[in-house]
Ligand binder design. Structure first.
Ligand code: PLP
Length: 234
């Protein structure tokens, strides 16, 4: 087994154990392998080990990888999880399956208009700023409901749920708190009649806390591909 295949297996075991502890089915949690800064060959290796969904932060880096892996395109799902500027929406609408980082109506509207008719609707999540830091992207919790109603109406998008990147915290209880906030927000939106099913939360360090609070997509980079070196390789 290669290093990546071994790490994937170990990550799947962590998810299964966390699901068992929470009394959840493992079918309810999708593993998104975050391949930012790693090359197309690493993604190919993960795909060969059964991984289908990949997360990327930087649009140009992702486009290069998507092109290099065009032969596998039908078997891959590409998720944008990094910040999205409005001047990059067209290429994103044309190349990705999911965007987790929608936090402004303008970006959502452009993605909807630019999503090609030949593709299914773009699956999107709203990124919520659960830690309240001015420097972080994401919608403030108080503004999520209004934005969700507007995004849910856009014809070429399918609003699936919420995403967050909480501040790192050392122990599981502290890690669970922001995930609980996101889950409560999702419940609130569902109570208002929005058909949402996705909580994108949890990374290598807080996967267990996120699954305990109801994550349906965990975004795992380091535990699968290893430590990242910056700057990003082109
Ligand atoms: C890099 C990144 C991840 C993966 O983080 P790891 O700690 O390496 O698992 C998940 N989500 C987002 C938004 C990221 O930028």
């Amino acid at each position: 087994m290669t290093g990546i295949a071994h790490n994937l297996q170990h990550t799947r075991e962590r998810i299964a154990a966390a699901c068992a502890a929470a009394g959840r089915s493992t079918d309810g949690v999708t593993l998104l392998a975050v391949s930012k800064t790693f090359g197309a060959e690493d993604v190919r290796e993960a795909h060969a080990a059964g991984q289908r969904a990949f997360g990327e932060n930087y649009v140009q880096e992702a486009l290069d990888k998507i092109a290099a892996l065009a032969d596998l395109r039908a078997g891959l799902e590409w998720h944008l999880i990094g910040p999205l500027q409005s001047n990059k929406t067209r290429v994103v609408a044309e190349s990705f399956d999911w965007v987790h980082s929608v936090d402004r109506l303008k970006v959502a509207e452009r993605l909807s208009v630019q999503r090609p008719e030949s593709l299914p609707p773009l699956q999107v999540c709203l990124q919520v700023n659960v830690s309240g830091e001015a420097s972080k992207s994401g919608v403030p919790p108080a503004e999520v409901a209004a934005l969700a109603v507007q995004v849910a109406r856009l014809p070429r998008l399918r609003l699936r749920g919420l995403m967050s990147i909480p501040e790192p915290a050392a122990d599981v209880e502290a890690q669970r708190a922001p995930h609980r906030v996101l889950r409560a927000l999702l419940d609130e939106l569902r109570g208002q009649g929005l058909a949402l099913d996705t909580l994108s939360m949890g990374m290598s360090a807080d996967l267990e806390a996120a699954v305990a609070e109801g994550a349906t997509i965990v975004r795992i980079g380091t535990a699968i591909f290893g430590g990242r070196t910056y700057p990003v390789r082109a």
